[in-house]
Design a protein around this ligand. Structure first.
Ligand code: 4NP
Length: 153
């Protein structure tokens, strides 16, 4: 059976589609399913932000075919690991949990590389392209650590 990993941000158009594409590129598709979702509903059905598509393409990851969807309580059943981008996403997702098992699936993604520091992946939406490049680098480092941990299991 596949291990299932969900990346979550607010809009599901900037950070989490990047995280989805990056982690997917590091894992064998036969054994792992990677998806992403937003806590908000505004961008459901939309492709990722053009700036995310651009930085990903420049680094060899194609996320242009991804489409936004909203996080739902069913995701706690469907996924084994839920990585959120910032502390607001963490609060929003934790608020939807019904038990400790669901809570234990939710992790702040940068804690993978900065354990217990609770560092946010900054929302690059209102900034410029360089913000998306910084976000890509953070997510690339965190995803590398996640992929190595998962493949050791
Ligand atoms: P994301 O960025 O959470 O990284 O996808 C955002 C995109 C859109 C909005 C907020 C954050 N928005 O408010 O529309």
């Amino acid at each position: 059976m596949s291990t299932k990993i969900l990346m979550v941000c607010l809009g599901n158009i900037c950070r989490s589609p990047l995280a989805e594409g990056i982690l997917r590129s590091k894992l064998p598709s036969k054994s792992y399913i990677v998806d992403s979702a937003g806590t908000g509903h505004w961008h459901v059905g939309n492709p990722p932000d053009a700036r995310s598509i651009k930085v990903a393409r420049e680094r060899g990851v194609d996320i242009s075919n991804l489409r936004g969807r909203q996080f739902s309580k069913k995701d706690f059943t469907d996924f084994d690991y839920i990585y959120v981008m910032d502390s607001q996403n963490y609060r929003d997702v934790i608020n939807l949990t019904s038990n400790e098992n669901e809570k234990a699936k939710v992790h702040l993604i940068l804690n993978e590389i900065f354990p217990n520091e609770n560092v946010d992946v900054p929302d690059p939406y209102y900034g410029l392209q360089d913000g998306f490049e910084k976000v890509f680098d953070m997510l690339d480092m965190a995803s590398q650590t996640i992929a190595e941990k998962l493949m050791k299991k």
